[in-house]
Design a protein around this ligand. Structure first.
Ligand code: NCD
Length: 309
């Protein structure tokens, strides 16, 4: 029995396969319902607060759009500098305050573990929209919906994750969901940006076949799905180190043309240089469809934690 009412969504690790499938099913149902009308009447009178202490375009706007299309309302801030954080208020006090106004909170914060900290004091569900280089579970769920929609299945696929696997919270969360499926994983990163050892080890001990390489062309030859990521500039202490690594992997149209036929290309966005814009017209370039799936998945998560579905 899947029961997410009142729950916090903090990490990819918290999900069972049954829960993942339930979220995707609810998201698919909302996608279907939105074909015949622009919005629903499920959360009327309820309020989502979006607290974004770090830049965001898609995550915040899709959460807000999701609540509005469910029939609810939205409050929040998109910049910590306009909130009392700028006066020295703690995250805990901000959360305790916002819980007096809102029925559910979506937040993003630069510190790893911040969503857990918020959840410890919160009296309403916390939806983690990214905690530093930690986790980004709602993105991972929309990534799973994208793989399922594009490929018709998740089991049996070879998925390559490319780029900044050290600092990328989207990939940290995504592998925690993929591990429940029969997938082969290929991690493509320069030595400096490799997937943290504890994550790779835990996947292997879970029985997930993981291959690590620095060669994007070789990964492209065997992958069904390639998940490109941005080198996370904001996590670098040394700007020169970022300059050295920022263009580590660039997916060009000619590389795509040499890939395994039927390749699906994903990216959580924003992209900087990792995918050349002439790749956008390739039929398997799914990153803007992926964006749309974020709306459906976040509608599902809000409705589920509020106990509306
Ligand atoms: C990602 C993030 O914020 O972690 N963006 C997103 O939510 N779609 C990826 C990134 O910033 O590189």
């Amino acid at each position: 029995m899947v029961y997410l009412k009142g729950k916090h969504i903090l990490t990819g690790k918290q999900f069972t396969r049954e829960e993942i499938e339930h979220v995707l099913q609810v998201a698919e149902n909302f996608k279907e319902e939105l074909k015949s009308r622009p919005s629903l009447d499920l959360t009327r009178g309820q309020i989502l607060a979006t607290l974004f202490f770090e830049p965001s375009t898609r995550t915040r706007l899709s959460f807000e759009s999701a609540m509005l299309r469910l029939g609810g309302s939205v409050i929040g801030f998109a910049e910590a500098s306009t909130s009392s954080t700028a006066k020295g208020e703690s995250l805990e006090d901000t959360i305790l305050t916002v819980c007096q106004y809102a029925d559910v909170i979506a937040m993003r914060h630069p510190q790893i573990g911040s969503a857990e900290r918020a959840a410890r004091v919160a009296t309403v569900p916390i939806l983690n929209g990214g905690d530093g280089a930690g986790q980004h579970p709602t993105q991972a769920l929309l990534d799973m919906l994208t793989i399922k929609t594009e490929k018709g299945t998740i089991d049996g696929l070879t998925v390559a994750l490319v780029g900044d696997l050290k600092n990328g919270r989207t990939v940290h969360a995504l592998v925690e969901l993929l591990k429940h499926y029969r997938v082969n994983l290929i991690f493509v990163a320069p030595e400096e940006l490799k997937m943290p050892l504890e994550i790779t080890e835990s996947l292997k001990s879970h029985g997930v076949p993981v291959k690590e390489t620095e060669s994007l062309p070789s990964a492209l030859k065997e992958s069904d799905v390639i998940y490109m990521t941005r080198v996370q500039k904001e996590r670098f202490q040394d700007p020169q180190e970022y300059e050295k690594l920022k263009d580590a992997f660039i997916l060009t149209r000619s590389l795509v043309d040499q890939a395994k036929p039927g390749l699906t290309i994903m990216h959580p966005l924003p992209r900087v240089t990792e995918i050349a814009t002439d790749v956008d017209s390739y039929p398997g370039a799914a990153y803007f469809r992926q964006v749309k799936n974020g709306l459906y998945v976040r509608m599902a998560l809000i409705a589920l934690v509020l106990g509306k579905v």
